[in-house]
Ligand binder design. Sequence first.
Ligand code: PMP
Length: 358
Amino acid sequence: MTTAIQPQPGILDIALYQGGTAKIAGRDDAIKLSSNENPFGAGDLARQAYMRAGHELHRYPTTDHAALRAAIASRFGLDAGRIICGAGSDEVITFLCQAYAGPGDEVVYSQHGFLMYRISALAAGATPVVAPERDRTTDIDAILAACTDRTRLVFIANPNNPTGTMVPVSELERLADNLPAQALLVLDGAYAEYAEGYDGGAALADQRQNVVMTRTFSKLFGLGGLRVGWGYGPQHVIDVLSRVRGPFNLSTTQQDVAEAALSDDAHIARSLAENARMRAWLAERLNAIGVATDPSHANFVLARFRDAAQAEACNAALLADGLIVRKVDSYGLPECLRITIGDEAACRRVLYTITQFM
Ligand code: PMP
């Protein structure tokens, strides 16, 4: 049915989000390895804070997130005044596009970049511009070549989802130094904690006037269902983003539970150690049976099959065994499956099924 009422230009170019499979009907033993969640769940301190939460449901939450920002600043050695919190880092990405990109502006990201960059750019009325990758790795020269005098935002996820690959900090510095003057570089550090020795772009966001870092509680901290993320950058950017942020974008529960998660050193250490151990274990064994992987710096591996048909057949075999992984054809990688690093039992089940399949 046609109607005279039309959305803003660009909105109808956004594909409806198709969430991956979350459950398999009739299978209670299914394991979800499709959303890069922490296999150990939330830590004890976060769970306890969640149990305590909710006593004053009629009260609006604090609008300045002061306690949460102070806790983030202390954990990561940052300036609390230059942190902005959102309902997941998704919301911070949305703020960036709303505040900095409009009709006629361009938003640049890498070929297999995270899907929210395109959604938020189009929703803001801006034009998404995709830079080609080299061997499934963000190519800084290609990003620079894609920039024009209309570029306002450049998004780089490091490590990248869904490839797990990383750009060295020296390359990020070179990018920041050579961007057009009107463009802001956003370093998306959703998986930064898993990349050994990487600060998520914190130092760059600290030192440069044109770099912002985004981070999340959804991965290492095991709080994907809570929806809390944050951004850090120069004061002038945080002040602008604060204008488009709704005053009550985070509930009291979101703020309290995220704050508690930050101090759960035991949960953080265990999650990191097990991820590193099982990521190396799974990648090595997949390679040994003829399934290629790129070196992953995140909490998943991208398994590369002979072609799209083989990846699809392997996905079907995994589903039949109650294992839910992520097809990444929407990212232009139909020959690959993205597998979240689960606990040891989950990784063994994945390897067993793929070994039988091959
Ligand atoms: N950036 C990247 C690269 C991601 O993979 C994700 C989650 N899949 C996000 C940002 C957003 O995460 P959240 O909104 O849960 O913080």
